[in-house]
Write a protein that binds this ligand. Sequence first.
Ligand SMILES: C[S@@+](CC[C@H](N)C(=O)[O-])C[C@H]1O[C@@H](n2cnc3c(N)ncnc32)[C@H](O)[C@@H]1O
Length: 263
Amino acid sequence: MTERLATLTAHSPPGTEARALGPWFHNLHLPDGTQTAPTHPLGDFPNMKWEQIAAFVPPDLTGYTALDIGCNAGFYSFELARRGARVRALDIDRRYLEQAAWAAARYGLQDRIEFVEGSVYCLARTRERYDIVWFFGVLYHLRHPLLALDILRDVVKGQLFLQTLTSPGAGSASIPRNITLDERAEMTGEDWPRMAFIEHALENDPTNWWAPNGTCVDGMLRAAGFRVLAHPADEMVVAAPQTEESAVNSRLRRAELQAILDQ
Ligand SMILES: C[S@@+](CC[C@H](N)C(=O)[O-])C[C@H]1O[C@@H](n2cnc3c(N)ncnc32)[C@H](O)[C@@H]1O
């Protein structure tokens, strides 16, 4: 951050520092009136997403710990911190963390949020547990999304708030406990949990790897040992650790995780 801001003075006009840190993915409304991404193609992003889920987050988070994975410029970290949570904000991209740390200071929230550079997969080795894990806009960027959910199962103490890009056809069919080899045509049905693989790019972004349908998102969460609590809006899920996870599921999940941790 210091490099990109080094040439600015304390008397630079409003918005100058924000521009120096751009381009921004989050349209933050800063205290001086500056908006960091006012022409965002998705609108006032992610304010409009927050409005869809805000009512599902406890209004008073005093005493809560929160982990914001893929925090980007920190929009959700700021909202959680404003409600009283202590937030750890994680992202793989240092440029976004610089934006977030700078914006946190503008809002006076720097003492409530710790910004950390790292990947969701690094959490496999953490012993920390969080009351709230925020996991918005990251799942489909991962080459190994189910692994990420398996890891998060042991990181979430309270609730997981997840948002992901999906493919059309939410589907709500009851999932059969088993199908035979001869019944595989069922897997081509509209309601079957499905995750489309994107080999090259979606919206010109080569880091978009997977687009699950809604049934698939819920199924993956259950397979990772969560129970689905609510769907606040399209592409959003609130989940909590399943305390009565089946022994088979738990064993399969932990076996793969352990294989990775043993490396
Ligand atoms: C589409 S943006 C979503 C940002 C924010 N969570 C939101 O919903 O507005 C994806 C963010 O996830 C970060 N990211 C991508 N892969 C990651 C990984 N493996 N671990 C942590 N963060 C990751 C990116 O750097 C980027 O900031």
